[in-house]
Design a protein around this ligand. Structure first.
Ligand SMILES: Nc1ncnc2c1ncn2[C@@H]1O[C@H](COP(=O)(O)OP(=O)(O)OP(=O)(O)O)[C@@H](O)[C@H]1O
Ligand SMILES: [Mg+2]
Length: 490
């Protein structure tokens, strides 16, 4: 059963008012009944005493002349009183002189000993009155009557009380139905508004205020809170719009700048390579080392600019997806071709784990982006691993039909969980020593994740310090046909 505190506001109000009404009426009826009982008993004693006095007065002569037959006639006259059950006349010595006992068998009690005070038995009342002659007590009358009048009267009152209770409860219910809205409506209104706010995130709505009471104060506070949230939201939206505009402007600027920078840089690389060839042909060994440095620096700069250009295009929403159909074997072959020179630099070996069935299957996606993502992961594995193994494992995703996984594992230094938290963020690299040792821009993983997102997939990572790392790309074989990937957390 629902606990009272979980009842609706209307239910609680009804229960409280009805309980109060019923209790108040029951207490009032009980008090009235008790009062009436006391008063009625007093009245009964008085009327029975008068009756006894009359019997006493009528039996004075009979008692004086010891005429039992007359005395008996006097008491027998009480037969006309339906509630009188017995009457006794005692002489001056307290002996029974004459008696009347109603013959309906309701009671056949022995005559009580002579007394003076009224006797209340559970169902009877007995009164003693002295029989006086010239101020002298010559005997005693005892009149006993049942309490039928009292119980009939009380029974009637109980019935009336029940009717009053029913009518009052009905009236209270009716009144409650029309009046409880005064309390419940403003509260329900606040509840309704709060629900609307949380489900529609609509902070412009306001709760209606019905009065200046505590609920009115609550409504004011609630509306005030909504106003503040709305204002904060407006400020946040304005800040976000401004940031987005600035970001787009920055991306557009970078895209233009990167383009402007790439053209002369490509020129520098081209001319440096020409000069290198000429120096090698002319045997100018002293120039070759310097020119190699120039070429290396220019290529690094070009890689950096290319990355920034990619990132800017993605952020500006200008990175298009070019879908083509190709065999997975061809893609992996391409990647091996460009990564192989990097594998041996640190004395690593590369293993390709590509089952034939997978190798022969086809994908329909942006080949260039997938290839660049694989290259980024493999180049990281080769860069950070020394004298170890790098493995590229391609599989069909067993948990999602139509999806493929490309896992790049290495036996390199691995990462702590803190390092993993910041992976995939732009310009985040290891410590200064690592940056100095390996170079790079810290953009490879950020771009890779964005590329994967563009073709409907994602990248996840598993790694432990000194236990190597595994970066896994999950992508749909056919872009746009599978449900979007759940973002796996790095
Ligand atoms: N296989 C890996 N093993 C250990 N650490 C890695 C590995 N791959 C990435 N990291 C860590 O993640 C950081 C970010 O990698 P990311 O590829 O984004 O940048 P980068 O390789 O430093 O520079 P870039 O790729 O732009 O040349 C790296 O600097 C390195 O600290
Ligand atoms: Mg990298």
């Amino acid at each position: 059963m629902m606990r009272l505190r979980d009842w609706s506001l209307r239910g609680k109000l009804t229960a409280i008012v009805m309980l109060t009404t019923v209790v108040a009426l029951v207490v009032a009826c009980a008090a009235f009944l008790a009062y009436d009982r006391v008063i009625f008993r007093r009245t009964l004693v008085a009327t029975r005493s008068v009756l006894a006095d009359i019997v006493g007065a009528n039996s004075t002569a009979a008692l004086t002349f010891r005429d039992r037959a007359s005395a008996r006639e006097v008491v027998m006259a009480l037969e006309a009183e339906p509630h009188v059950t017995a009457a006794y006349i005692y002489d001056g010595d307290g002996r029974e002189f004459a008696s009347y006992v109603r013959t309906d068998g309701a009671l056949a009690r022995p005559a009580p000993p002579v007394g003076t005070a009224p006797v209340f038995l559970p169902d009877r009342l007995g009164v003693f009155r002295p029989i006086l002659l010239d101020g002298q007590t010559i005997g005693t009358v005892y009149v006993e009557s049942d309490l039928g009048e009292l119980s009939a009267r009380q029974g009637q009152y109980v019935q009336i009380g029940l009717v009053v209770l029913a009518l009052a409860s009905g009236a209270a219910l009716l009144l409650l139905a029309s009046l409880q809205g005064i309390v419940s409506r403003p509260i329900l209104d606040v509840v309704h508004t709060a629900r609307h706010v949380s489900s529609h995130e609509d902070y412009a709505i306001r709760a209606r205020k019905y009065g200046q009471d505590e609920i009115g104060t609550l409504v004011d506070a609630f509306n005030d809170m909504l106003q503040q949230i709305e204002e904060h939201q407006r400020q946040l939206r304005a800040a976000r719009d401004a940031a987005e505009t600035a970001n787009r402007a920055k991306s557009a600027f970078l895209a233009n700048m990167s383009h402007e920078l790439r053209t002369p840089l490509n020129g520098i690389i081209g001319y440096t390579e020409m000069l290198l060839e000429e120096s090698e042909d002319g045997g100018q060994a002293s120039l070759i080392a310097d020119l190699n440095q120039v070429r290396k620096a220019a290529k690094h700069l070009l890689a950096l600019i290319n990355n920034i250009l990619d990132l800017s295009k993605i952020e500006a929403g200008k990175m298009d997806v070019h879908v083509e159909r190709f065999e997975i074997a061809a893609l992996v072959h391409d990647v091996i071709g460009v990564i192989e020179p990097l594998v041996t630099v640190n004395g690593n070996t590369l293993r390709i784990d590509l089952p034939d069935a997978v190798a022969r299957s086809e994908m329909e996606t942006d080949r260039v982006k997938l290839r660049q993502t694989l290259w980024n992961l493999l180049s990281n594995a080769c860069k950070f691993t020394r004298e170890g193994h790098v493995t590229l494992r391609v599989r069909r995703d067993p948990s999602r039909p139509g999806w493929l996984t490309f896992a790049v594992s290495d036996t390199g230094p691995g990462m702590t969980s803190e390092e993993r938290q910041t992976l995939f963020q732009e310009f985040v690299q290891g410590d200064a020593a690592q940056r100095h040792q390996y170079g790079g821009t810290g953009l490879g993983l950020a771009i890779s994740r964005r590329f994967c997102g563009l073709i409907g997939g994602d990248i996840g990572v598993e790694s432990r310090p000194n236990a190597g790392s595994t970066f896994t790309i999950r992508v749909p074989a056919v872009v746009g046909r599978a449900a979007p990937a759940e973002r796996s957390v790095a």
